[in-house]
Design a protein around this ligand. Structure first.
Ligand code: HH2
Length: 272
């Protein structure tokens, strides 16, 4: 989002404020908010609250992709997300967080204008509908992706994969292609930190970068006191804001978060 104005009535400024994507998980088992918004009315109310807090887009998902999550039948995923997308679309921009073409298509018909694709394979669906597409990197599948993930050079391998997927998206006819390193998707804490430390290498590809660290497990490890227990998901807000701010300051054009108000405020400050 571009913002123009003056500080202290003296200096003109034009800044590009990174976008904030707010998470609406219509699931019983998401790692941080599972079960809270499974009821469609609760999910819609939550999405509207996130929009009022400054979310530029709300990301509706009906299948948890946390480590060891069980796949959800397509009919159940459709039942969870379509009414929520339909109810939120008149109030703000909506993305659909799915790995399934049928779910993406139904959500687009209900008003979604961005496919947030952790499988990085739905470019044809996005192209056919003329909507945006986020290609995310994942090593393996959610059920097993955290079983000893290994890379020779995580930053180079993730960048190579994402550029190839982004080019496939452009070739399919998607105008609005985003790339996302997939923090926590088949990655150790060291891999996540390497990707965050070298975010500039993804930014340098020229494709706009999305980063989603919000409440993820590596933060629970990093936030823990020496020899202390891992900090639980609900108490990872400060780590989430620190890493979202880091990502924005290093060129991410969108961050996907559970805690929207504070992240939107941080986005405005980072941009300035
Ligand atoms: N992470 C999650 C879900 N969707 N989409 C993108 N583009 N990037 C991500 O890193 C990403 C994502 C996992 O987080 P969450 O939705 O909070 O949990 P769950 O998968 O358990 O529903």
């Amino acid at each position: 989002m571009v913002r123009r104005g003056r500080f202290d009535g003296a200096v003109d400024f034009t800044v590009v404020i990174p976008l904030v994507m707010g998470v609406v998980n219509v699931t019983p088992d998401s790692f941080s908010d599972g079960g809270r918004f499974l009821d469609p009315a609760a999910a819609v109310a939550h999405g509207r609250e996130l929009l009022s807090e400054g979310a530029d887009i709300v990301d509706v998902g009906g299948e948890s992709t946390r480590p060891r999550a069980e796949p959800v039948p397509v009919a159940e995923e459709l039942r969870r997300v379509v009414p929520v997308v339909e109810a939120l679309a008149p109030h703000g921009r909506v993305s659909i967080d799915t790995r399934r073409a049928a779910v993406a298509e139904a959500a687009i018909a209900a008003g979604a204008t961005l496919v947030n694709d952790v499988s990085a394979s739905l470019q044809e669906v996005a192209a056919a509908a003329g909507v945006g597409w986020v290609a995310m990197h994942m090593r393996g599948q959610p059920g097993t992706m955290q079983d000893d993930p290994r890379y020779d050079d995580v930053v180079a391998e993730v960048r190579h994969f994402l550029v190839a997927r982004a080019e496939a998206g452009r070739a399919a006819g998607v105008d609005d292609v985003w790339i996302d390193p997939g923090i926590g998707f088949g990655k150790t804490t060291a891999h996540n930190l390497a990707l965050l430390a070298h975010l500039d290498e993804l930014v340098a590809t020229g494709y706009p970068v999305v980063v989603a660290t919000s409440r993820k497990r590596f933060l629970g490890q990093l936030m823990a006191a020496a020899d202390g227990p891992e900090v639980p998901a609900d108490d990872r807000v400060e780590g989430s804001l620190a890493t979202a701010t880091w990502a924005m300051a290093n060129g991410a054009r969108m961050v996907r978060v559970h805690d929207v108000r504070m992240t939107a405020e941080a986005a405005r400050v980072v941009a300035a």
